[in-house]
Design a protein around this ligand. Structure first.
Ligand SMILES: NC(=O)c1ccc[n+]([C@@H]2O[C@H](COP(=O)([O-])OP(=O)(O)OC[C@H]3O[C@@H](n4cnc5c(N)ncnc54)[C@H](OP(=O)(O)O)[C@@H]3O)[C@@H](O)[C@H]2O)c1
Length: 333
């Protein structure tokens, strides 16, 4: 029996101040029709980019209100009359915008079946699949390379570290605390650089004089510059994000154009945004679930508890403090 109403978080104005942009509303829960299914949310994934969604960056031309949240895992509670591929009780992930809601109704082709509605499995999607595609498809990762992962203890960084290691590479990870450094060592990092204690550029120059073959870069700002400067001949840097500028105006920089550095090493910059690879997500997810279930891949979840729509903004702000490690989630059911 579906409830008559449910609560969700919407942006009533566009701002990268997630809390200021958002409001909880209670709306009617209409039964699904046709190819739609209704999912009861168990866990919503918190992503650095939630502040870009609330700023309207992913919905050009749209005006508020806009549903907030980027992903959830939950249980199918009702299906439309044309749905044949899902039944009530199935566990699924939705990566449609609108994850911070007690229920969502979406067309069944926009969800992915998963074996369990756990935060670990949720972490494998936007965070894990981004790492897999960023390293392999875009970064053309090989074996025997030196791979550098920034924000390495975070939601997506943790998977990049492990996948690079599983592929037989030397892995360097950057992070901002000793606790995270310990976790990264246990995840297989060969060299952890706590950038609050060591100068990343100096370490790379001294310990990796041949340069870095592949960089999975999520932070931006001066760390991005350092990574570019330390690429190896034919090195690749994959831009995954630039969290250091999500809450501020872009930093204006004046320096010689970047082609001077790149051409002298035949190095390249690439970038990868998951929405542009959405058709590959189910196939990549199956591979990651296999690795996770066989114990070869860990999916670490930050233990700080956040519950329901009321605490979604707290969770987003917590992720942006830089203190979280692993995937941050908000529990719903
Ligand atoms: N391209 C895509 O499709 C895609 C998909 C998923 C995520 N991403 C990107 O990947 C990055 C990480 O996202 P996530 O959701 O997995 O977050 P996260 O890594 O779990 O959390 C953010 C981490 O970034 C690090 N950080 C470094 N400088 C920071 C700063 N100035 N402010 C705040 N944090 C800073 C912090 O760790 P340390 O201080 O320990 O380094 C912090 O814990 C973001 O840039 C995000 O946009 C992109």
């Amino acid at each position: 029996m579906l409830p008559k109403t449910y609560r969700k978080l919407i942006a009533t104005t566009f701002s990268n101040n997630f809390r200021a942009a958002s409001e909880i509303v209670e709306v009617e829960l209409k039964p699904p029709t046709g190819h739609e299914i209704t999912i009861r949310n168990h866990y919503a994934g918190v992503n650095a980019t939630d502040v870009n969604i609330s700023a309207g960056l992913y919905t050009p031309g749209a005006t508020p209100p806009l549903d907030l949240g980027a992903e959830l895992v939950g249980e199918v509670v009702a299906v439309g009359e044309k749905v044949t591929d899902y039944k009530v009780g199935d566990t699924v992930i939705s990566t449609a915008i609108g994850g911070y809601a007690e229920y969502v109704t979406v067309r069944s082709r926009f969800v992915i079946p998963v074996p369990e509605a756990t935060p670990q499995v949720l972490a494998l999607v936007a965070s894990g699949v981004t790492a897999a595609l960023g390293l392999n498809t875009v970064g053309e990762m090989r074996t025997g390379e030196t791979v550098l992962v920034t924000a390495a203890a975070g939601g997506t960084g943790q998977f990049a570290v492990q996948l690079a290691k599983l592929a037989g590479n030397t892995v360097i990870g950057t992070c901002g605390s000793d606790e995270k450094a310990e976790r990264l060592t246990s995840l297989g990092c060969d060299r952890v650089i706590n950038y609050k204690r060591e100068d990343v550029g100096a370490v790379l120059k001294a310990e990796y004089p041949q340069g870095i073959n592949l960089v999975y870069e999520s932070v931006g700002g001066s760390l991005f510059d350092t990574c570019v400067e330390n690429l190896a001949v034919r090195g690749r840097l994959v831009i995954i994000g630039y969290i250091s500028e999500y809450m501020s105006q872009p930093e204006l920089v004046t320096r010689p154009r970047i082609y001077r550095i790149l051409l002298s090493k035949s190095a390249s910059l690439r970038s990868m945004f998951l929405l542009h690879f959405i058709r590959q997500v189910p196939e990549e997810l199956v591979k990651l679930i296999d690795l996770y279930q066989s114990g070869k891949l860990k999916a670490e979840v930050d233990p700080t508890p956040f519950q329901g729509v009321e605490q979604a903004a707290d969770a987003v702000e917590y992720l942006h403090t830089g203190k979280s490690a692993g995937k941050v989630v908000v529990k719903f059911a």
